[in-house]
Design a binder for this molecule. Structure first.
Ligand code: SF4
Ligand code: SF4
Length: 79
């Protein structure tokens, strides 16, 4: 059932932004336009995440953030 799939994705994918590694929107902000489903949102100069269940695992954010390695896509079902 689709409801179960949506629930599972919501539970089993986490998008994490390291506060220590992220240099902020003014200095970078590259993840904001990179994500096709707008997971990343501005929170003042920091990066917030929303609706992680929409993540399609494209890894474009990881490429955008490569110099800093601040983003982690955690697939809880693989742990
Ligand atoms: S791409 Fe990485 S370093 Fe740049 S704003 Fe996004 S999370 Fe921070
Ligand atoms: S993997 Fe793709 S869909 Fe998921 S947060 Fe990163 S850019 Fe967005």
């Amino acid at each position: 059932m689709s409801t179960m799939v949506e629930d599972a994705r919501g539970i089993f994918i986490r998008v994490q932004v390291s506060e220590e590694r992220c240099v902020g929107i003014a200095a970078c902000g590259r993840c904001l336009p990179a994500c096709p489903v707008n997971i990343f949102v501005p929170r003042r100069d920091r990066i917030g995440v929303q609706e992680e269940d929409e993540c399609i695992l494209c890894e474009l954010c990881l490429q955008a953030c490569q110099p800093y390695e601040a983003i982690r896509i955690v697939k809880l079902y693989e742990q």
